[in-house]
Design a protein. Structure first.
Length: 362
């Protein structure tokens, strides 16, 4: 009887030692994988979100797009009633006529040249914004170099158009004569005319970038206020993933390290990315304490036990076209392949594949 009790105790001790050894092995493996191939399911797809707000206030008379419709930069979105702005242009032109006639000058060439300057500047502003965006994409290898060169050529042409229009305007001013050219009445009337032309051009609101129109309240009869967003365009060519990784896993992560990404909408499909940057800080509270500015806030998952702080890591996808469904806020899983990943890399890839299937099912 005593021998049976001793045997049971011995077996219990052996089982306890085995379980403890397995626990230690699991802890070591978990720590090793966590440092060599950091993983997180707290990752979301992000992209530039541009609010569309008119420069002038007025009633919308026509809408050219629908919610969740793809658009290209410069494409017409909606038009504000141009009637009163057209009247303002005609009034400004009449004032310019009166000013020039009072000094015995001709206004036809001056008004035409001023209109060309306004149109050329509007075109230049659009080309400049589009070129800057394409150059940023090309710098990250998201756009071909030929597209960047073509954008720069269009920008140069737009700048040349503004210079030519301004030269024509200056020539028209000189034709007024040395006295009339600097006449205060003519200068004021000309400035009023240029402003009226700009406001008239602003009645036709265009897409600032290529992307998808979303969250729009556009409808004929809707009153649009200057500076107030009435539509949103999501830039679908410049997406990235923000992954909240535990701070103690960042030691081996370097800029440019390869990243494996899966999206919940496409189980088992692994996309390639790279580490673009690591956040320099996070806010301690959702609103941000004094002195923290607009630092990102990472929600703590555990309230009863102190959790390791998570730091946002920005990840760029190598091919934007690989994104299965471009929706800002889509959930993703990521694994960073650090330079020391070694033999852990294939196991991390297999784990990510299994997790992506489980996320899709559950």
């Amino acid at each position: 009887m005593a021998s049976d009790v001793a045997v049971r105790r011995q077996r219990s001790s052996v089982v306890g030692l085995v379980l403890f050894a397995l626990f230690l092995i699991g802890l070591v493996l978990h720590t090793a994988f966590d440092r060599l191939t950091p993983y997180t399911s707290e990752a979301t797809l992000q992209a530039p979100v541009v609010g569309v707000a008119p420069n002038i206030s007025g009633t919308i008379v026509s809408v050219k797009v629908q919610d969740n419709q793809p658009v290209h930069a410069g494409e017409h979105l909606f038009q504000i009633d141009p009637q009163r702005f057209q009247v303002a242009v005609e009034q400004a032109e009449a004032n310019l006529n009166n000013a020039t006639q009072s000094v015995g000058a001709s206004t036809a060439a001056l008004a035409g040249a001023a209109a060309k300057v306004s149109d050329a500047k509007a075109s230049l502003a659009n080309e400049r914004a589009q070129t800057e965006r394409i150059l940023q994409l090309a710098a990250r290898d998201f756009a071909p170099r030929a597209q960047a060169d073509a954008a720069q050529a269009k920008l140069a042409n737009a700048e040349g158009g503004v210079r030519a229009a301004e030269a024509s305007l200056e020539e028209a001013r000189k034709r007024l004569g040395p006295t009339n050219e600097g006449n205060p009445q003519i200068k004021a009337a000309l400035a009023q005319y240029e402003r009226a032309r700009i406001d008239l051009n602003d009645t036709d609101v265009k897409a600032p970038i290529d992307g998808m129109v979303t969250n729009t309240v556009l409808a004929p009869g809707h009153f649009a206020s200057a500076g107030h967003t009435v539509a949103t365009v999501v830039d679908t060519e410049a997406g990235w993933v923000v992954a909240n990784l535990p701070e103690n896993t960042l030691g081996n992560i370097g800029i440019g390290d390869p990243v494996l990404i899966t999206f919940n909408v496409a189980p088992g499909r692994i996309l390639d990315g790279r580490v673009a940057s690591i956040a320099s800080g996070v806010a301690r509270s959702p609103g941000g304490a004094a002195g923290e500015g607009d630092l990102p806030y990472v929600v703590q998952r555990r309230q009863w036990l102190r959790e390791v702080q998570r730091i946002p890591v920005r990840i760029e996808l190598l091919r934007q076209t690989d994104i299965p469904a471009f929706r800002v806020g889509s959930r993703a899983n990521v694994v960073v392949m650090t330079k020391r990943a070694g033999l852990a890399a294939p196991f991390a890839r297999a784990w990510l594949w299994l997790v992506s299937l489980a996320d899709y099912v559950f």
